[in-house]
Design a protein around this ligand. Structure first.
Ligand code: FUB
Length: 345
């Protein structure tokens, strides 16, 4: 939901109609990546703070410095904040803007994957490791080689392979990597370097991870999202094209890639037959929430499926002060996800 419509919102009424309430209210949290480890729900969110940066289209106001881990024994139990799991000051290669993270587990170790700007102002993706799902996490000295842009989501397939999905346009800098190297030419505008509206949209990226989960096993590939005619979505198709917030889950043997459309504020999804795609656009999961951004994860717990998402209702519309929420999602008989209206109770 764009900022300029917020002044007309009656937040008391909106919160009464909301299909869910913030999971924690003592801090602001966003971009929730949820996983079930050993029968318990763990959420890896961004930790929103007001660092006094002005709002701009590059997201400078998202000046986050650390990550907290949140856990829930079950979907209805209170959410517990385990405190700071990683701070930017611990990360040698990173300078600022600890944006949307994800985590995964392998052989008794837990891996936190996170984007941050390096000392040259370029977004990279790093890994930090812990013996516990709640951290503290110890970062690697360097970012993942050849990583770039934002919003990593790490999916474990049934055969034990792990894949990272990532990327984001505008402030996420994906448009600067069109030639495979960072295009540092000016202007530093979110609208420069993008394809034209009638050209194929910029694709999210996918890379299989090495066995130690610390590197890409190959150069990241484009994840192509097709329309109903088998043609790639176009950059001008802002209600459907990829913007940021990749997530992957598997349902009934199919791969569901979900993402945010950014400036049109939807969470959408596309379905494919393998982790690399191509994927065919399938619809919306979540209608716009209060706040500019929309970001989510999808996870199964005790036989039901849940959408973890955020909105800015607690801060009464402040774009960069968001709160993590959860709502159940359902699938129809054809495997389509039933669209959620966030304020429809
Ligand atoms: O939280 C900072 C950025 O906002 C995330 O990386 C994007 O997905 C958007 O939610």
């Amino acid at each position: 939901m764009p900022e300029d419509s917020i002044e007309h919102i009656d937040f008391k009424e909106l919160n009464e109609k909301a299909i869910s309430q913030p999971l924690v209210t003592h801090i602001y949290t966003a971009d929730p990546s949820a996983h079930v480890f050993d029968g318990k729900i763990y959420i890896y969110p961004s930790h929103d703070v007001d660092a006094g940066e002005a709002f701009d289209d590059l997201g400078s106001h998202f000046a986050m410095e650390d990550y907290h881990v949140i856990s829930m024994d079950s979907i209805d139990s209170p959410a517990k904040d385990h405190g700071v799991g990683l701070h930017v000051d611990q990360v040698q290669w990173a300078e600022k803007q600890m944006w949307a993270p994800d985590a995964n587990a392998k052989d008794g170790k837990y891996y936190l994957f996170f984007p941050a700007k390096d000392h040259d102002g370029i977004f990279r993706i790093g890994v930090a490791i812990s013996d516990s799902p709640t951290g503290p996490f110890k970062p690697q000295d360097e970012a993942i080689k050849d990583s770039f842009s934002i919003d990593p989501a790490v999916f474990k397939d049934d055969d034990g392979s792990y894949y990272m999905y990532f990327g984001g346009i505008w402030g996420g800098q994906l448009q600067r990597w069109r030639e495979g190297v960072f295009n540092a030419s000016s202007p530093e505008s979110p609208f420069a370097h993008l394809p034209a509206e009638n050209e194929p949209a910029l694709c999210p990226k996918v890379a299989k991870l090495t066995d130690d989960l610390l590197e890409f096993a190959h150069t990241a590939k484009d994840l192509v999202i097709l329309d109903e005619n088998g043609k790639p979505l176009l950059q001008g198709d802002i209600d459907r094209r990829f913007f940021e917030a990749s997530w992957m889950h598997k349902y009934n043997g199919k791969y569901y890639f979900s993402y945010s459309t950014g400036d049109s504020h939807y969470i959408c999804y596309a379905i494919g037959d393998n982790p690399y795609g191509p994927f065919t656009y399938a619809g919306r999961i979540l209608e716009p929430v209060v706040g500019w951004t929309s970001h989510h994860s999808i996870c199964e717990f005790e036989g039901k499926w849940y959408l973890f998402y955020h909105d800015s209702s607690l801060s009464e519309g402040v774009t960069h002060l968001r709160s993590v929420k959860v709502a159940e999602i359902t699938y129809d008989a054809g495997g389509k996800i039933v669209t959620l209206e966030p304020y429809s109770k």
